[in-house]
Design a protein around this ligand. Structure first.
Ligand code: FAD
Length: 286
């Protein structure tokens, strides 16, 4: 199965992120979404990993399903939170058996309910990466936070830690953001620290203001006033969706123009917004 580092070396990647379904209906719906997105010939798809114990098997099963049933290389998210080295070794060995070698190594966030907390052998994503290098020949991606990670004391410290982990990984995918300046500063700051590995921007088309507001608050991304005003100029939910897709398309076009090595879409398990952005950007569809 293709390694994402090789795909990035060969040209721009266009990729989609999904969350693992938790029910039979969710599985059917995700299967439909993936079928609708397959004609866009995604370079790879990634599957998120829950901090709570119960959703983890869903991630593994979804990653294995994509690897077996589609022509799209999957990338499995993995977190430090609540994981021992033995558990991570087990997961990696299952993936290796299925030919899956792309992983996104993340710190993860502690579960909301402390009762769900489990022991962890890792503190930071870089600790997980170190262990992954010991146990497999993997293509390793990391998370980047263009506006800084909410737990960082300041931007310079955040960038230094990001540069350190990217030095031992293959590429980064960013948290979503709405102003291109955040991405450009991130890439420039990393270059100043001597790191030029590919940083793929994460794109979140806003189709629902309240939902993105909540997600932005959790992730540390700003929800800029110019975007809020533009979205609020719509009178119906369909207007908001259309304007959100237009704004995301403009951001994608500017990012490609600025030399971004690819685009990674946060799909929220739906295909429509991503397909519309593809069409508006004039990207090829099979
Ligand atoms: P780290 O790189 O470990 O950084 C976390 C914080 O610690 C930062 O403030 C950093 O500056 C600091 N830090 C790093 N190293 C050191 C060090 N050596 N000493 C002191 N401080 C340090 N979460 C999930 O639970 N599941 C997912 O599937 C998931 N997918 C994601 C996908 C993407 C593309 C992104 C951007 C985020 C995703 N997240 C996911 C969220 C992520 O887990 C959280 O943002 C988490 O809080 C930070 O993860 P990280 O890997 O960036 O952490």
């Amino acid at each position: 199965m293709a390694r994402i580092s090789d795909l990035l070396a060969a040209g721009r990647t266009f990729s989609f992120e999904f969350s693992p379904p938790k029910s039979a209906a969710g599985s059917m719906s995700l299967g439909r979404t993936i079928a609708e997105l397959e004609p866009l010939a995604p370079s790879f798809v990634s599957v998120t990993y829950g901090a709570g114990g119960s959703t983890r098997e869903h991630t593994r099963d979804t990653v294995l399903w994509v690897g077996k049933e589609t022509n799209i290389p999957p990338m499995a998210h993995l977190t430090c939170v609540g994981h021992t080295k033995a558990e991570i070794s087990d997961i990696i060995s299952t993936y290796a058996g299925a030919g899956i070698e792309n992983v996104l190594a993340l710190a993860g966030d502690a579960p909301k309910d402390p009762a769900d907390a489990r022991p962890s052998d890792y503190m930071y994503a870089i600790d997980l990466i170190e262990h992954l290098h010991e146990i497999g020949d993997l293509c390793i991606g990391v998370a980047a936070h263009p506006e800084g990670h909410p737990r960082s004391p300041d931007m310079a410290t955040d960038r230094r830690h990001l540069a350190d982990k990217l030095r031992v990984a293959d590429f980064a995918t960013t948290q979503f953001f709405f102003d291109i300046e955040h991405y450009v500063s991130l890439v420039n700051d990393l270059a100043d620290l001597g790191v030029t590995k590919p940083v793929v921007p994460g794109i979140m088309p806003v189709t629902n203001i309240a939902q993105v507001e909540r997600m932005a608050e959790l992730s540390g991304a700003a929800f800029p006033q110019w975007l809020r005003e533009r979205l609020e100029s719509g009178t119906t939910a369909e207007d908001v969706r259309r304007i959100g897709v237009e704004a995301a398309t403009e951001l994608c076009a500017a990012l490609l123009e600025a030399g971004a090595p690819g685009l990674h879409f946060y799909t929220l398990n739906k295909s429509t917004a991503t397909r519309e952005i593809y069409a508006q950007l004039g990207l090829p569809v099979a």
